[in-house]
Unconditional design. Structure first.
Length: 412
């Protein structure tokens, strides 16, 4: 069913149903670049492409890609649609069968005749499992940021503690690597969203971190990190630190109206329901945060920020290197001991004097919390948790960041 969001539409004109269009679909995802819808059919081992340029009138089938696909994955995005260096539309299928950590590239300039180009085995941290999100960022979406859904006990002993970046102009080259030393044991990079040369990465228990995605002097460097108490207020059972990934900052969306403003979904983990073997009630999503990067000048090199490396090479001499586990949890409280870590400066709204004294920080992440409405479904309606939900927050054009408090990382 297609729902019209225009205020001019009402009643029967506000929606149109296509009861026999998909039959049984595994997932449905629209391109961010054009009016094309990608639909997975697991039973047919194919992904179909549909024209959705005028969905209130008709949706027509364009073509198909023969590929095994599955809805049984932790990927929020299964396709990435972009224009390559020659201006042709290219579609990446992100681990479509949820096995093998594979990226499949197709020429879809003519969506009625998709053509396979090549595949990439993203085995940078594990061979078969752990690949997370893949989202475009930087000038024109040139760079593709890839997260890893791993924790301390997954990915063959590695940590999922880095972002990987592929250049769409040379996707088969080795990726750039951004280490995320602020991650504690059991946490991981949950999601990434990019806008105006900046990407925001959600780190579950460890809050959010902003990364420069532009072609500036700080390219691919972490420029600000925030991990306040609101992200660490859950009680995670001792010895089960991997459960942290079900808490704190989760999905991230970039604002379409305000530059460098992001929406962050917040989850709470209930150890009580977990002990009662009630997984559906163990993870609760009740809050939505605003995160905004302000005062950041990308033309000024930020001192102390670790430069990115190329996968398989060290930052110094280019020789091959093995990334060690830099997470430490000596006291068993789930927090790592970080020797030499740069301190965080938290700007709290306690007094005008304190705020004035800390105003020298050049960038800040503004976080605000907005309580979600938890209304029950209308009487007589049924809630089917198997339904596929596709969408992003809808903005009304108002000043979403009118109030809040600021936080900043030293040197950012």
């Amino acid at each position: 069913t297609v729902h019209g969001m225009s205020p001019e539409l009402s009643g029967a004109a506000a929606k149109k149903s296509y009861p026999g269009l998909f039959l049984t679909a595994g997932w449905v995802e629209a391109s961010d670049e054009r009016d094309v819808l990608f639909v997975c059919f697991p039973s047919l081992s194919e992904i179909r492409l549909y024209d959705i340029s005028n969905p209130m009138v008709d949706i027509t089938r364009l073509g198909r890609i023969e590929a095994a696909c599955s809805r049984d994955s932790h990927h929020d995005y299964r396709i990435l649609d972009y224009k390559d260096k020659d201006g042709r539309y290219t579609t990446i299928l992100v681990d479509p069968a949820d096995k093998g950590n594979k990226l499949y590239y197709y020429d879809t300039q003519d969506p009625s005749r998709p053509t396979a180009l090549f595949s990439i085995h993203a085995n940078w941290e594990a061979g078969e499992d752990g690949l997370g999100q893949m989202r475009p960022g930087g000038p024109g979406g040139r760079y593709h940021f890839i997260t890893w859904h791993c924790s301390s006990i997954y990915c063959e002993g590695k940590q999922g503690d880095a972002l990987y970046i592929l250049d769409s102009k040379a996707p088969q080259d080795s990726p750039k690597v951004i280490d995320l030393p602020m991650l504690s044991q059991g946490s991981f990079s949950r999601d990434v969203a990019c806008d105006d040369g900046v990407c925001l990465v959600s780190l579950a228990w460890d809050g959010v971190v902003a990364v420069d995605a532009s072609d500036s002097v700080n390219q691919f460097r972490a420029i600000s990190h925030y991990a306040g108490a609101e992200f660490r207020d859950d009680r995670v059972p001792l010895g089960q630190q991997s459960l942290k990934r079900h808490s704190g900052a989760q999905k991230v969306y970039a604002s379409t109206l305000r530059p460098r403003l992001f929406y962050v979904e917040h989850f709470n983990f209930s150890s009580r329901h977990f002990r009662l073997e009630d997984p559906l009630r163990s993870v609760r999503s009740r809050d939505l945060y605003f995160a905004e990067l302000t005062g950041y000048d990308e033309s000024v090199l930020l001192p102390g920020n670790v430069a990115p490396t190329t996968f398989g090479q060290s930052a110094g001499d280019g020789a091959g290197t093995k990334r060690d586990d830099h997470r430490h949890d000596h006291d068993g409280d789930g927090k790592k001991d970080r020797k030499g870590a740069r301190p965080l400066v938290i700007i709290a709204a306690v007094s005008a004097v304190v705020l004035l004294g800390l105003a020298i920080c050049t960038a800040a992440l503004l976080l605000r919390r907005r309580r979600r409405s938890m209304s029950a479904p209308p009487s007589g309606s049924a809630v089917d948790e198997r339904n596929v939900v596709v969408g992003r927050p809808v903005e009304d054009g108002g000043d979403a960041a009118a109030q809040g408090h600021a936080v900043a990382a030293a040197g950012a």
